[in-house]
Design a protein around this ligand. Sequence first.
Ligand SMILES: C[S@@+](CC[C@H](N)C(=O)[O-])C[C@H]1O[C@@H](n2cnc3c(N)ncnc32)[C@H](O)[C@@H]1O
Length: 256
Amino acid sequence: MDLFQMKELYYGYFGTRIYLPLSGLSRRWRNFFRHIRGKSDRFSQNMLLPRISWKDCTKVRNIKIWEHEKANGNVRLSELGILSALAADCGNGTNLFEIGTFDGRTTLNFAMSSPAQCTIYTLDLPADLDTLFSLSDGERHMVDKPKSGSRYEKHRESFPAVIGKIHQLLGDSAVFDFIPYKDSCSLVFVDGSHSYDNVMSDSRAAMKITNKGGVVIWHDYGVWEDVTKALDELASCEGYDLRNISDTSLVYWKKT
Ligand SMILES: C[S@@+](CC[C@H](N)C(=O)[O-])C[C@H]1O[C@@H](n2cnc3c(N)ncnc32)[C@H](O)[C@@H]1O
């Protein structure tokens, strides 16, 4: 193993075994001290989903993390570690589907961690395309970029076979034709627009394209209010068994 991959292994270990438990501990301490001082967290949202440990969602393994630096709009290092472990669980030859490419950091890690014969589809909104539903305030900066997937493109020359697993799709997820992917995906990652209508529409599409035994993961539960509201509703009004992965903003659902 070369030194370059030692660094990726280190960030995989650090993200899930050190950063994740420490961030959970620090959040619990903060809440405890707020509670004894009689103060409430003005940013905290009412989150209704039951929690699940990441260790009950995927095999605990030594994964590697590529492009560990987090840009505004990316998932946290610990979340990237969990997503990579889930990608490694995917059946060889199955599809992975991501709604919301941004700079391609999650896409790259899906390609690196999933079995060799998997295909990674990643859908992103071109900056100049009108959308069916309005976007949330504050997410325009993730849409307005010169190119989707710049982080995985950087690795194409060094890892042509791995990056060749990625298929970049462009369009508005609310009107995108998901039918060709129906029941074909072992992992679907919903991280597109954070507006209520888009989250609802993306969630329904994600659940349809997931295969039996496959998993859907959402990002930003408890972070973006509309995401929290939409996912709480899917669980409480429609009976979906959604779980918030402890100490993360990820939500987990397995298709049975
Ligand atoms: C939070 S970023 C994704 C971050 C990425 N998964 C990561 O962590 O590396 C959200 C992305 O969703 C895209 N997006 C927003 N609305 C969309 C829509 N209606 N259809 C498809 N993509 C959309 C944005 O352009 C942006 O690239």
